[in-house]
Design a protein around this ligand. Structure first.
Ligand SMILES: Nc1nc2c(c(=O)[nH]1)N[C@H]1C(S)=C(S)[C@@H](COP(=O)(O)O)O[C@H]1N2
Ligand SMILES: [Mo]
Length: 517
């Protein structure tokens, strides 16, 4: 007996929906990131070609992940409706779609870099529940439709048809309610307060014996419109490949340092915290930061010097990179030289005086001044392998980004904003410049390709942090093009050659058009 179209579509949605909800619930109970929905999304991110990724970031910006999850939900819902509509007579087509989806989710689970056997449980539960729900609802519904049809011909069977119909409605309603409940509980369990609770328990950090120098009052020109010298942790930029924030508790966290070392070392969180800590203001920059962009921030990081840990482990001759792995499977490759040349490379446990925020890598991340984040800023770090470049290829290097990625000397105009209207005459122009490891020597601005004029520099905090600048330009009424360039202490003048971010960081002079009136 054939089901009505809306009813068949509803069964398709319930079959697939119950599978997803149960998958989330089971994952929530054992390991939230293994939710089949997220596992598929994460696999999608890993295999997306670089060009599509850049397009998604350009189009959706920080909402790229919301867009991905929303797009997936739409595609899955459409498939579910089609599966239901194709099953108006027999359950075969719908069951096939559910099995294929279950197998795809299982495959994505297996392909995850963090895969463990237990991760098979959520997709398996999804498959079994989705299959059973669809099969049973389909049976009950088709038999109800058949008795209703029979009652049309033989009115004496009307009570029987009524019972069958009520049974089908009750069961379907029950499944709907169960699906919503499982989905909500799964979301709550997976939402992750585990790390927040652990972070709260860490409480205040021990006072670092070498506290960060107090940031001098003249370190920024925030009053003129530049960012504040230290970025509030909530405003610190963020780059994550994972769809969901890893939830790590200090109690179950450990770090292993191994590979080309004399002694393999393992640390618990308490052991790290008990070591000599340093507190250093460091500017972090993303290689994807376009000229004039804002994918950079500055914080005072508290942590354990990496040079000390590596000296204890004893790095063997021939080692080239420290290949770090996050609990979410993300990897970075940092040149050994950058970790041992005296700069403030550290395993950070604190940021701006508090324990590391969950979104910035709680409980421990790597921070290396002077290198872009993708080769140095491994968050939720759990493993460091001292090795060669040939032996291991880190996450972004496998996607055509450069192996060596020192932060390039750059500068940016923060005010006036692009296309701003300013009052003709004396106009204050202010912004940010950076030349990590060497420091900024001079910043110059000009209008309309005219004479370069030296800007006033804010008080220097260190060579590994950004430096604010300001200048006053005379702009007659009309449209003007403002430009900035930096000269660093090595004598390098910021290039005017325009280059995009990939493979090793954007270059060019930041140019802003304004109208004076
Ligand atoms: N586990 C993990 N660590 C990571 C990343 C990531 O996606 N996952 N992104 C890297 C990149 S590209 C940058 S620029 C920095 C950004 O650090 P933030 O999010 O704290 O600003 O983290 C790095 N560490
Ligand atoms: Mo980045």
């Amino acid at each position: 007996m054939s089901l009505s179209r809306p009813w068949a579509a509803l069964l398709g949605v319930l079959g697939v929906g119950s599978a997803l909800a149960v998958g989330d619930l089971v994952a929530g109970l054992i390991n939230p990131p293994t939710s089949p929905f997220l596992a598929v999304g994460n696999q999608f991110i890993r295999i997306t070609p670089e060009a599509l990724k850049q397009f998604a970031i350009a189009t959706f910006g920080v909402y790229d992940k919301v867009a991905l999850l929303g797009g997936m939900a739409v595609v899955i819902a459409a498939l579910a409706v089609v599966a239901g509509l194709a099953s108006r007579r027999r359950s075969g087509p719908g069951l096939t779609v559910i099995v294929v989806m279950g197998l795809v989710a299982t495959l994505c689970a297996v392909l995850a870099p963090t895969f463990g056997a237990l991760d098979l449980v959520p997709p398996f539960a999804s498959l079994v529940i989705g299959f059973a729900v669809f099969l049973v609802l389909h049976r009950v519904s088709t038999s109800s439709a058949a008795t209703t049809r029979a009652a049309d011909d033989d009115p004496s069977r009307a009570p029987e048809a009524g019972v069958a119909r009520r049974r089908a409605f009750a069961l379907t309603g029950g499944v709907l309610a169960g699906t919503v409940l499982a989905g909500v509980v799964g979301r709550v369990l997976g939402g992750g307060s585990a790390a927040e609770a652990s972070r709260a328990a860490v409480g205040a950090l021990p006072a670092a014996p070498t506290p960060a120098p107090l940031i001098p009052a003249g370190a920024d020109f925030a009053a003129n419109g530049t960012p504040s010298f230290v970025t509030a942790s909530e405003d610190f930029y963020r780059i994550d490949t994972a769809l969901q924030l890893p939830q790590v508790r200090t109690a179950s966290w450990s770090l292993r340092i191994h590979g080309m070392v004399d002694r393999e070392l393992t640390f618990t969180f308490d052991q790290l915290r008990a070591r000599r800590l340093v507190e250093v203001p460091i500017t972090m920059t993303c290689v994807s930061n376009p000229v004039g962009g804002f994918l950079m921030s500055t914080a005072v990081f508290t942590g354990v010097p990496l040079a000390e840990l590596l000296a204890e482990a004893g790095v063997r001759p021939g080692a080239q990179q420290v290949f770090s792995t996050s609990v979410d499977g993300f990897t970075t490759g940092t040149p050994v030289a950058a970790l041992t040349d005296g700069r403030d490379a550290m395993l950070a446990i604190g940021m701006n005086g508090a324990a590391l925020p969950v979104e910035h890598g709680f409980p421990v991340r790597m921070v290396v001044p002077g290198l872009y984040g993708y080769v140095s800023g491994c968050k939720w770090i759990t493993d460091m392998e001292v090795t060669t470049w040939a032996a291991r290829t880190p996450y972004w290097e496998a996607r055509d980004w450069a192996q060596e990625a020192p932060v390039k000397t750059q500068s940016r105009i923060d005010v006036p904003k692009p296309d701003a209207r300013v009052r003709a005459g004396q106009v204050v122009v202010a912004g940010t410049a950076w030349a990590q490891r060497t420091g900024i020597a001079r910043v110059e601005v000009r209008a309309d390709g005219g004479r370069w004029q030296a800007a006033e520099l804010a008080t220097e905090v260190g060579v590994d942090t950004w430096r604010m600048w300001r200048a006053t330009l005379t702009l007659p009424a009309g449209r003007h093009q403002l430009q900035v360039r930096a000269l660093d202490r090595s004598g390098y003048l910021q290039t005017s050659v325009e280059q995009v971010s990939i493979p090793d960081g954007a270059t060019g002079w930041h140019t802003v058009s304004v109208t004076a009136a």
